[in-house]
Design a protein around this ligand. Structure first.
Ligand code: SF4
Length: 344
């Protein structure tokens, strides 16, 4: 039996090649590609695609890869929507739709599960199940648009998984979602967050200099960071910061450092001072995130007052920092929690 083809896994030129294989004119690729990123769920919704071509596509095992959420949590406070999607093979993934002043944003997952083992994270508790395909990445945005009826113009890749652990599919996705024949979403409106895979940071700066980079830092020194994030044992802080400096030199883009505040672990004044030393002179911004409590980790969140004190140490030392506005406070906020709850 021939393998099924998720049309959203294909680049535009691969869609053209598929039309050639089906003995269809080239312009059909343009029509199909455009429909896919307008959110068409099936071939019948592709108004200018003839029935005969739809039949050929079905015979060839092609599908649109449309996903329907199996669960949606909606925040009554700010309209944040958290989705749980079930993939073809039964794996589940999460995405979050958020409304910001600058536009609607979707936070997407790149893997089902994660093998990075960060101590504070619910997504890694059952390890990595598998990488997502480019089409499964795009579809998280499109399914959220169908559900909300709103346009999403920003993507943050901060959901489940380490993006650079799925580099090839991430690259394909970025090229597809940016393609002018389809979604044409600006690379500048996309942010990729990594836990610090150093060689990939260097490669990413060369491959995608217009995409924003965020680093999940979460600690100012090797001892604390290795305790929280096993990746730090392989790529310690000095190598990570050096890669960040060369990223900025190559791209002239400001890096966001994500710093989750965990009570009694990384949130003292001396941690803040060390962080200010570490980032001195860098083109960066620190995003302080009070921990979203996950029962299973046994870790607690830093109170608002202590978070503000931490932030003001950084600001006084000239490091731009903000405490993240908590969106969707009334729903399961932490990444990976919906997935985990469903399995119980
Ligand atoms: S924080 Fe990110 S990289 Fe770390 S375990 Fe969770 S999903 Fe993986």
């Amino acid at each position: 039996m021939r393998e099924k083809i998720n049309l959203k896994d294909l680049q535009f030129n691969e869609t053209e090649a598929l039309m050639a294989e089906l003995e269809e004119p080239k312009f059909r690729a343009k029509q199909i590609f455009a429909w896919l990123y307008k959110g068409a769920e099936n071939f019948a919704q592709m108004k200018n695609v003839p029935h005969s071509l739809a039949e050929k596509l079905e015979e060839r095992g092609c599908h649109t890869g449309a996903l329907k959420p199996v669960k949606v949590q909606v925040s009554k406070l700010d309209g944040t929507r958290k989705y749980l999607f079930e993939l073809d093979d039964g794996n589940t993934i999460e995405s979050v739709f958020m409304k910001y002043k600058y536009g609607n944003t979707i936070c997407i997952s790149l893997q089902a599960g994660c093998r990075m083992g960060c101590r504070f994270c619910a997504s890694t508790m059952e390890g990595l199940q598998r990488n997502l395909s480019p089409g499964e990445m795009s579809e998280q945005l499109l399914a959220a648009e169908r559900d909300t009826g709103e346009t999403i113009n920003h993507i943050v890749i901060m959901g489940t998984g380490e993006p650079f652990d799925n580099y090839e599919n991430l690259s394909a996705f970025l090229r597809i979602i940016n393609d002018k024949n389809g979604r044409n979403l600006s690379m500048r409106n996309i942010t990729v967050s990594t836990c610090g895979i150093v060689p990939a940071i260097r490669k990413f700066a060369e491959d995608f200099p217009q995409v924003n980079l965020a680093i999940s830092l979460h600690a100012p020194d090797n001892e604390t960071r290795s305790e929280m994030m096993p990746v730090n044992r392989k790529y310690p802080m000095d190598r990570l910061i050096e890669a960040c400096r060369s990223y900025t030199a190559r791209t002239s883009r400001r890096i966001t450092f994500e710093y989750t505040l965990v009570k009694g672990v990384n949130d003292s004044r001396s941690h803040a001072e060390k962080l200010a030393d570490l980032l001195r002179g860098m083109l960066c911004h620190v995003n302080l995130i009070p921990l979203n409590k996950v029962e299973e980790t046994g870790l607690d969140t830093t109170g608002r007052k202590d978070a503000e004190a931490f932030c003001s140490v950084l600001e006084k030392r000239g490091i731009p920092a903000t405490i993240r506005r908590e969106l969707g406070d009334d729903i399961d906020g932490a990444c990976g929690q919906l997935r985990l709850r469903r399995k119980k």
